[in-house]
Ligand binder design. Sequence first.
Ligand code: NAP
Length: 338
Amino acid sequence: MLVTGGTGLVGSHLLFELLRAGYPVRAIRRKSSQLELVKKLFLWYDPSSGESLFKKIEWVEADVLDLPSLQEAIRGVRAVFHCAAMVSFLPADREQMMKVNVEGTANLVNVALAEGIEKFCYCSSVATIGQPEPGHPATENLIWKTSPANSGYSISKFGAEREVWRGSEEGLPVVMVNPSIIIGPGDTSRSSAQLYQSVKNGLKFYTKGVTGFVDARDVALALRLLYESPVVHERFIMSSENIQYRKVFEYFAQYAGVQPPKYFAGPFLSEMAWRLEKLRRLFTGRKPLITRETARNANNVRYFSSEKILKTLDFSFRPLEEAAKNTAGFYKQYPEIL
Ligand SMILES: NC(=O)c1ccc[n+]([C@@H]2O[C@H](COP(=O)([O-])OP(=O)(O)OC[C@H]3O[C@@H](n4cnc5c(N)ncnc54)[C@H](OP(=O)(O)O)[C@@H]3O)[C@@H](O)[C@H]2O)c1
């Protein structure tokens, strides 16, 4: 097995899932990648054998934008799990994110085709699912459409998914998951792991926005089960519960032992907030806490249906409260990560 993004939120959970199931695993890393957090995650989930499982990972240096390194990394493997990507809503990251997500995925699809890979398992996102009729949940059949409301992240993930479907047309057996917001322990400076950090740091505002959330362990498990199943050329929404952001913040606050956000920020206040953050960035150079895209997402109401995965696999989702408890527990055990 080859796993990309193994140092990230999804990839680290997937490494644990695959190794625990007894698969030999090779994972790509970059020179700058931090492996310590992956090791801590293994120890968190399995204090007695976590370290020995972690030592079984064959790390190879590669970058999804460096084709020769990928050709080297993929040699001799049967399956690829592609979880590497940039997850960002910062306008400054947009160009690089398009490159990593679209070109990086195209590179991986091309080396997988050349190597005759048995199955290409891809971690996409609900960001590539089209809009349902108002009041209805989104399903896998909804086609993503170009719109000024699409975030740069969504555009990049759609481009990446298109590369995977192109690979499928060219004969690569592919399967993919489309998770909603993933909750789990990870590097709190990036991706959705930042949500916990902001609550822990005393986030004051909440919105009435609703979306889907899913436990990182469930995404990893579904990827393994889909690999083991005969299913190919299908995508599956992975979303445990459709709930208000506010509720997730309350779960985090409860298990982190801090106050939950208590002031309501409607669309007007959110619009003000991202503009103020932009100004703050100009003066301080610090990464904004909220951007135009995150402010608008936080006020949207979107529901996702996971019926397809539930019907296809023998699967049940962990409740969100358990995901929040697991996340908070990890950071309590390893406070230096925060
Ligand atoms: N988190 C969510 O809520 C969420 C929801 C739906 C879908 N997804 C999707 O799930 C996948 C994983 O996301 P995540 O949350 O795990 O992200 P993450 O925690 O930010 O991890 C990103 C991973 O990608 C790697 N990476 C980035 N650029 C790379 C490059 N040029 N070459 C090789 N590796 C590179 C990173 O490696 P380094 O350690 O070297 O930086 C890291 O391992 C992504 O496809 C994302 O779109 C995420």
